[in-house]
Design a binder for this molecule. Structure first.
Ligand code: S3P
Length: 174
């Protein structure tokens, strides 16, 4: 499934390991890495959690689309996205231009366990995070599937194994 000179775009729900795997792939391939959440936080000069509280989700989504539009990718790169990016068709169209879209998944028990370790996901700051997670997952799953070129289930894999699976599918060097 080799696509020469094409970037790798990581999509998927919160807690599937996009950021860590993105860092690893960038290091292993010696490619630049772009993380839309990091870019939004830099542009608005505040952490994502604060953006949600002070400016609201709608503003965050506007900014997410704006950073993707502005993204200048001149060489094969790793592009890491936030979990909600697939909900806007224009974002998905932009991601497709950039390269191969890889969706990371995990079963909901694994996600809850991983996400429970930290409280930095504004969308899960609800009375019942487990239920919120299920609702969001159900709503988003078809969008992830529609956008992805291929999917890697990370539930029982280390970050290294996930990165390796992606390199195997894309026939990248080890
Ligand atoms: C979001 C996921 C977060 C971040 C924001 C919204 C979402 O990124 O973009 O909190 O809508 O799922 P991660 O997927 O990296 O946690």
């Amino acid at each position: 499934m080799r696509k020469t000179n094409r970037s790798i775009v990581l999509i998927g729900f919160m807690g599937t390991g996009k950021s860590a795997v993105g860092r690893l792939l960038a290091l292993q391939e010696g490619w630049p890495r772009f993380d839309t959440d990091e870019m939004i936080a830099t542009a608005l000069k505040m952490p994502i959690s604060e953006i949600f509280v002070r400016l609201g989700e709608d503003r965050f989504r506007e900014e997410e689309t704006a950073v993707l539009k502005k993204l200048e990718v001149v060489a094969p790169s790793i592009v890491v996205t936030g979990g909600g990016v697939v909900m806007r068709p224009e974002n998905v169209a932009r991601l497709r231009e950039l390269g191969s879209i890889v969706c990371l998944t995990a079963d909901s028990a694994t996600l809850l366990e991983r996400l429970g370790r930290r409280s930095n996901r504004p969308l899960l700051q609800t009375d019942n995070p487990a239920e919120t997670l299920q609702t969001l997952l159900r709503e988003r799953e078809p969008f992830y599937q529609e956008a992805a070129d291929f999917t890697v289930d990370t539930s029982s894999l280390s970050h290294d194994q996930v990165a390796q699976s992606i390199r195997d599918v894309l026939a990248l060097s080890n």
